[in-house]
Design a protein around this ligand. Structure first.
Ligand SMILES: NC(=O)c1ccc[n+]([C@@H]2O[C@H](COP(=O)([O-])OP(=O)(O)OC[C@H]3O[C@@H](n4cnc5c(N)ncnc54)[C@H](O)[C@@H]3O)[C@@H](O)[C@H]2O)c1
Length: 397
């Protein structure tokens, strides 16, 4: 089904009013050239929904997802709920005739409701098969629906990654090896250590970002060179590195893994024999570390997302700085720091919303859509199989 270019504002309904709803709100705030309305924000906790409404200018709140879906004015449902709700909510939204924006990860394995320690008790091959089944169900719902699936992977829109893609396309370079990392000093979320809440550990929480960014860059290369490039195989190592720490030694690291990993390294081999390495660790002090390095036949591109060198700060005291955001995951602002400047732009939160609203308004294809979401989750769960079974996992399709 073809859509006409819209001659009215794109109307948005957001479900989930937690941390990531602020990232999306800050992104929407900076979109230009596409008329849109932030209509409804839905959360089972209506106090949180009220806060998002006030902060970003939504028109109303609800605690009833079905009520929001029944609103004929709403064009797109922006899903920022916990990962176990992504696929059921996306399928319901598509059935209701809405486009979908969906946070990462697309999905995961979460066990039966209330089941604990699924990370220890369930074989990773079972998890992998279940994730692929869920994603195939979503693909089925999307097929012939005429609706768009917009995967909110900010690394695809991070400004250094966009520039790297422009260079790769212009030079028609062959990327031989990429290395991408998102690491931090652990999460403050009490559920980050539980597989049944997050669908995995640091790999699905943060490793998913550079992995998607690198898959997108490889596809940019493929299109520029007129090649078909797919994923051939996945190998991985994961572990719990903090298990050796006593309580005092653990004091600066927030990671409290119960049945998840706090370290992951995943190698993807592409069908042309080239590679990318994803690193994710919950044990990295010094501020959250986000980068992709690209090593091609005729260039090297180091995408420093955070930290970067736009503004270096030096403080002997923190007087007056209470409300000044300097950087993420740095508990102190003293001494030298690399401040995060225009973080929502550099890290891609504005770019993703700009692309998604243009995609809907002008009936285009998004940079980050269903295929990247699908491949990323499939690779992450293949990585868990590889690490558990000590073998390379081959992809056939
Ligand atoms: N791209 C990024 O950098 C980034 C950063 C953080 C989180 N995320 C992703 O965003 C998503 C949300 O994470 P978060 O940190 O905002 O979590 P959060 O717990 O802060 O917020 C989730 C919200 O969803 C609400 N919710 C749960 N079930 C609901 C239901 N049935 N109906 C309506 N509301 C419901 C909760 O009440 C909560 O307010 C996750 O998928 C996470 O992976 C992405």
């Amino acid at each position: 089904m073809m859509m006409e270019t819209m001659n009215r504002p794109v109307v948005i309904g957001t479900v989930g009013a937690g941390y990531a709803a602020h990232l999306h709100g800050n992104g929407y705030r900076r979109v230009s050239g596409v008329p849109f309305r932030l209509k409804t924000v839905c959360d089972v906790k209506t106090d949180l929904a009220e806060q998002i409404k006030e902060a970003y200018g939504y028109e109303k709140v609800t605690d009833d997802f079905e009520e929001m879906l029944a609103d004929p004015e709403i064009d797109v449902i922006d899903i920022v709920t916990p990962p176990f709700l992504h696929i059921p909510m996306a399928i319901r939204a598509i059935q209701a005739g809405k486009h979908v924006i969906c946070e990462k990860p697309l999905t995961g394995y979460f066990g039966r409701p209330g089941e604990e320690n699924v990370g220890r008790t369930t074989k990773k091959s079972v998890m992998y098969a279940e994730c692929v089944k869920q994603m195939d169900e979503l693909r089925e719902a999307l097929t012939h629906s005429g609706r768009k699936f917009l995967y909110a992977e900010n690394f695809v829109y991070a400004t250094p990654v966009r520039k790297a893609a422009e260079i790769i396309r212009a030079k028609k370079s062959k990327i031989l090896f990429m290395k991408g990392e998102e690491s931090l000093k652990g999460s403050s979320s009490p559920v980050a250590g539980k597989w049944n809440k997050t669908g995995g550990g640091i790999l699905v929480r943060t490793g998913t970002h550079p992995l998607s960014g690198m898959l997108w860059l490889k596809q940019q290369e493929a299109v520029a060179r007129g090649e078909e490039i797919s994923v051939r195989s996945v190998t991985a190592d994961v572990g719990v590195t903090t298990a050796c720490l006593n309580a005092y030694e653990h004091r600066h690291i927030a990671a409290r893994p119960e049945d998840v990993e706090d370290y992951a390294a995943v190698t993807v081999t592409f069908s042309d024999g080239t590679k990318c390495l994803t690193i994710a660790s919950d044990t990295v002090l010094g501020g959250s570390k986000n980068y992709i390095e690209v090593y091609a036949n005729d260039n090297a591109l180091i995408c420093n997302i955070t930290p970067n060198d736009l503004l270096n700060t030096y403080f002997l005291d923190e007087d007056g700085l209470d409300d000044v955001y300097i950087s993420e995951m740095l508990p102190r602002k003293l001494g030298w720091n690399k401040a995060f400047v225009n973080d929502e732009i550099i890290r891609g939160y504005m770019g993703e919303m700009q692309d998604f609203l243009e995609t809907i308004a002008f009936d285009r294809t998004p940079s980050s859509g269903f295929d990247i979401a699908y491949q990323t989750t499939k690779i992450m769960y293949a990585a868990y199989v590889s690490a558990e079974e000590g073998r390379r996992v081959n992809f056939t399709g």
